[in-house]
Design a binder for this molecule. Sequence first.
Ligand SMILES: [Zn+2]
Length: 316
Amino acid sequence: MSAKTKFLMLLIPALALFSAAADAPAPFTLHQVGPGVWAAIDNPAAKAARAGANAGFVIGSDGVLVVDTFENPAAAQELLNQIRQKTNLPIRFVVNTHYHLDHVAGNNIFAAAGATILAQQNVRAWERTENKKFFGTKITPEQTAMIESLALPSITYQDGIQLYLGTRQVIIRSLPGHTGGDSAVFIPDANVVFFGDLFWNHTLPNLIDASTKPWIETLDIGIQNHPDATFVPGHGEVGRVQDVKDFRGYLSDLRADVAQAQAAGKSGDALTDAVLPELQQKYGSWDAFAYFAKPDIHYTDQELQGKKRIPQPLAQ
Ligand SMILES: [Zn+2]
């Protein structure tokens, strides 16, 4: 199954969620990770109506901040409903941890609810353009229109920004690796890090836009600065620092295994065939292995050769 096919499979039938039976599995499950801090974890049991990625929210003394808005508006609407069951404070901010559609497709729901969307500046540059590639060359006019009508961040930053939900501090920091426009959201008084797709918990990552060398350095920053934190990943369950270390190990092993195969003169399918069993042995039990292992090898091969196409950042 191609990346595009799976993406569409997750995306399109979600529209049917509105008419789903009342006892249908929820698109996500809520997990309290601190006082007033909630992780919304994608629920695979919801099948086609699943959220497609994780999100979360933070309730401060005068408002709410939401981290990411899922892969479809129906799941985002359900997140808004769940927030409304916990507080009537205004939804003041949405942070998009990066531009990928599975984290921004519900932006319009929260914009309509009055939230200000903020993100690293490249998210604004890429959200309505780079997202089209996930549909391939057969993108329909409806899909193009959907991408081009996604609510954009109206506040952007280069390196980071600090917010206050009344008395509650939120520290947002841009970090390289996954797309070149990713942010981590840290809640100091709860010791929670929303790491977006900089962290996939025991799940193989999508490396389509990745630079794995700076990504490993980003993970080292998280590991060193937050040894006791709760980490909310972009995909997979809520984790601790050991889970972040495990993910760092995957990227590190992937780079080493690909480099070794390159040094042995392998390329193309032969390189993939050489690396895959090594990854399988160590990471075959991780989520999305069957789906992302081969593309991960391919993209890392390109990256190590200096041939990888990645989205171009805005001039600084
Ligand atoms: Zn994602």
